[in-house]
Design a protein. Structure first.
Length: 317
């Protein structure tokens, strides 16, 4: 069956993706999410579906300098093959929609090219979502609950600045950012994998362009942790880009001294991240992919962590 037959209705929503991420964190299982947009398609299509004169003259390659630098140079068949490995080994893969897609790029480099690439390499991801899931998940309190409850490692050329922004603007949530690793270029992948091993983290957010498709599954398998291809979201936060609408913690009203005394005597009710009646933790092992069954107490049903899978030697960078 051709990948082109996969309908948009098969794509998980950002909430469904967040619940799978949360479940992997609670169960302490390795998990990775990668995203395939127009740039990833161009890299993966080198010499298979796109001849050299075609991909080298795309808008994407011509923009590869200065602020728009992609962290790689083409031709690069080694990177192409590693992206194929990354898609094959990721738990969730983000793709463009067939109809009404939001990615601002020529149609020929979006879902039509993904369909051809996935058919060519016989890629059949078990779970799919939209390529912009990274931008949309930050609009939900559940994302920030995850950053509040789990140790987070940042990997990006924007990692250090983003860390300071989060610690400043979300200080009341006490986010647990344990480290920030600088990343600029494809050739840094082996060093970054080694450096990440020095940190005790639960979740890594990777903003590294196309390279994140390689880094996320490798780091997840190497460490047994959860690793997310976070795209340009760190940069969007730092530039106040309107393409994201981040969730903000509620601001407590200024009370009089008498009200403050009264409030101290009242029990604290509710969860700042989730409204009353919100469902529990998603358990993908209990139902079909899109049947939503939730458990109120996931701690009682988690399984021991599985050992990380070995990466084939011939695919290592």
């Amino acid at each position: 069956m051709s990948f082109s037959s996969v309908p948009d209705s098969a794509l998980l929503s950002e909430i469904e993706v967040l619940k799978r991420i949360k479940h992997a964190l609670v169960a302490k299982r390795p998990f990775s999410l990668v995203r395939i947009g127009d740039g990833e398609n161009i890299v993966m299509g080198q010499y298979t579906l796109l001849p050299e004169d075609k991909f080298m003259n795309t808008y994407w390659v011509r923009q590869n300098f200065g602020r728009m630098a992609k962290g790689l140079t083409l031709p690069n068949t080694k990177l192409r093959d590693q992206l194929v490995w990354g898609v094959r080994n990721a738990d969730i893969v983000g793709i463009c929609k067939k109809y009404g897609d939001e990615v601002r790029a020529p149609e020929e480099f979006k879902r039509p090219l993904t369909d051809k690439i996935f058919d060519h390499y016989r890629l059949k991801p078990a779970q799919l979502c939209h390529v912009f899931v990274n931008r949309k998940m930050v609009s939900h309190g559940l994302f920030w609950e995850i950053l509040h409850k789990h140790r987070v490692l940042l990997i990006s050329k924007w990692a250090h600045e983003f860390r300071q922004l989060v610690l400043r603007e979300y200080s009341q949530l006490r986010p647990k950012i344990v480290g920030a690793i600088d990343f600029h270029d494809f050739h840094q992948i082996p060093l970054v994998l080694k450096e990440a091993g020095k940190y005790n983290f639960d979740l890594a957010l990777v903003s590294a362009g196309v390279n994140a498709v390689v880094l996320a599954p490798r780091l997840a398998k190497r460490t047994g942790k959860v690793v997310i291809d976070f795209g340009k979201v760190m940069m969007f936060f730092l530039t106040s880009d309107p393409r994201i609408a981040p969730w903000k913690p509620p601001v407590a009203p200024q009370n009089t001294q008498a009200q403050q005394v009264e409030n101290r005597e009242k029990p604290v009710l509710g969860d700042p991240f989730n409204p009353p009646g919100a469902p529990g933790v998603y358990r993908p092992d209990l139902q079909e992919q899109n049947n939503h069954v939730y458990l109120e107490n996931p701690q009682e049903t988690t399984e021991p962590p599985a050992p990380p899978a070995e990466i084939p030697a011939e695919t290592q960078p």
